[in-house]
Design a binder for this molecule. Structure first.
Ligand SMILES: Cc1cc2nc3c(=O)[nH]c(=O)nc-3n(C[C@H](O)[C@H](O)[C@H](O)COP(=O)(O)OP(=O)(O)OC[C@H]3O[C@@H](n4cnc5c(N)ncnc54)[C@H](O)[C@@H]3O)c2cc1C
Length: 197
């Protein structure tokens, strides 16, 4: 199916293309469906890192549209990973809710770069919603829970707080604005990506 302008632009920027094969599917909760994939060489060429994501070419009518999804449980030796799809009406969920072993999905890889902050901050602030829970889980696996606040009545930051923000476009923009203007967090202490709009 036609990838249109998105496909041409990704190609021009050097995206790598892969053919993924679904090997299993199950409900993780009522709101998440997990698909397991054989990665078609993807993990051989792209080293795993926290929050690693790829662009799936999701069918929508007579076209396909790219959508970001986070890799979980990556096994570079077996070349396999899982993706957890959050339930909401849309072409991605429509596809994921009925996908089963043997189904094929095309994917492109471009732009997934993330390194844990160095030096290690005293505190991480993670802002997200259902779409970014998979990515947050990959961050927590790296950070552990030692630097998580059990509860907070209001948002405060320290001199070396590191904030990671991944909500919908408007919420992400507002949180980043507050972190900068109200809490004085410098730009390089914030990693922000809009996960949906
Ligand atoms: C780097 C990155 C990693 C991501 N990882 C994951 C992941 O692992 N799992 C995951 O589920 N999502 C993830 N997302 C979010 C996912 O790409 C978007 O939710 C995407 O818009 C879904 O596409 P769609 O075709 O189903 O819906 P769209 O065609 O984009 O939207 C259809 C309708 O659904 C609404 N909508 C879209 N997404 C959401 C949402 N998450 N919650 C509520 N309403 C929504 C839209 O506002 C619109 O009204 C990630 C996004 C990025 C950028």
């Amino acid at each position: 199916m036609a990838r249109g302008f998105q496909g041409l632009a990704l190609k021009a920027f050097g995206a790598n293309d892969y053919k993924l094969t679904v090997t299993g599917a199950r409900a993780v909760t009522e709101s998440f469906r997990r698909l397991s994939f054989q990665a078609g060489g993807l993990l051989e060429h792209h080293e795993s890192h926290p929050t690693q994501w790829i662009r799936l070419w999701i069918p929508n009518g007579d076209k396909v549209q790219q959508r970001g999804y986070t890799l979980l449980n990556s096994d570079p030796v077996a070349d396999t990973f899982d993706i957890d799809f959050a339930l909401h009406p849309g072409p991605a969920w429509t596809w994921a809710s009925t996908a089963s072993a043997g189904d094929v999905m095309e994917a492109s890889v471009l732009g997934s770069k993330f390194g844990m902050p160095d030096p290690v901050p005293t505190e991480y602030l993670l802002f997200g919603d259902a779409a970014s829970i998979p990515a947050i889980n990959t961050l927590l696996a790296e950070v552990g829970d030692a630097r998580l606040r059990a509860a907070a009545a209001e948002l405060t930051t320290t001199a070396d707080t590191y904030a990671w923000v991944a909500c919908d476009f408007g919420t992400t923009r507002n949180i980043v604005k507050s972190l900068k203007t109200i809490h004085g967090l410098p730009k390089n202490s914030i990693k922000a990506t809009a996960y949906w709009k």
